[in-house]
Design a protein around this ligand. Structure first.
Ligand code: AR6
Length: 171
């Protein structure tokens, strides 16, 4: 299998991949947005497992089962609440890079990411997309023979266009 990065518009909860990434909060006990959608689709056993994890720091990631989802695993990562400081970018980068590290430790070869921090947490989407692509490309470059299929999942066509501009070097 080759390393690959793909962009798509989809509901991340429907994807048949080894792991989907959740844009969680530090409690890991659920919330709104993509987190709420993932908990609703995975079912109540997910919350039971999450309760045992003891939360998660910003920029870090933890893994659980996927339960009723088509995905085998859920990687929960906590994006930064956008403040405009340089720390935001480092933390967001670490969400993507660290989630890929954790995925590889669990023999995951296909993974889907939402736009971490780009909803309630207020990260400007073009900046967030640039960081997401950079982190994924750097990880794939550093693990050339691993065979990771990365899906960047947009929830709207407008979000997809932002990634298109990033990839074409217009952002
Ligand atoms: N599939 C793919 N993307 C989605 C889906 C979905 N089903 N639903 C939403 N998005 P957000 P954050 C996109 O707010 O900014 C939660 O309450 C959405 O369009 O879910 O990291 C947590 O518990 C947006 O682009 O996450 C935290 O408290 C992106 O997912 C807080 O929100 C992320 O939006 C985290 O905020």
């Amino acid at each position: 299998m080759k390393n690959e990065i793909k962009f798509m518009v989809a509901d991340i909860t429907t994807l048949e991949v080894d792991a989907i990434v959740n844009a969680a909060n530090k409690t890991l006990l659920g919330g709104g947005g993509v987190d709420g959608a993932i908990h609703a689709a995975a079912g109540p056993k997910l919350l039971e497992e999450c309760k045992k994890l003891g939360g998660c720091e910003t920029g870090q990631a933890k893994i659980t089962g996927g339960y009723d989802l088509p995905a085998k695993y859920i990687i929960h990562t906590v994006g930064p609440v956008y403040t405009g400081s340089s720390r935001d970018a480092a933390e967001l980068y670490s969400c993507y890079y660290g989630s890929l590290d954790l995925a590889a430790e669990n023999d995951v070869h296909s993974i889907a990411f939402p736009g971490i921090s780009t909803g309630v947490y207020g990260y400007p989407k073009p900046e967030a997309a640039t960081i997401a692509v950079k982190a994924v490309v750097n990880w794939l470059d550093a693990h050339k023979d691993y065979g990771m299929q990365v899906n960047i999942v947009c929830f709207s066509n407008d979000d997809y266009k932002i990634y298109e501009q990033v990839v074409r070097g217009k952002r």
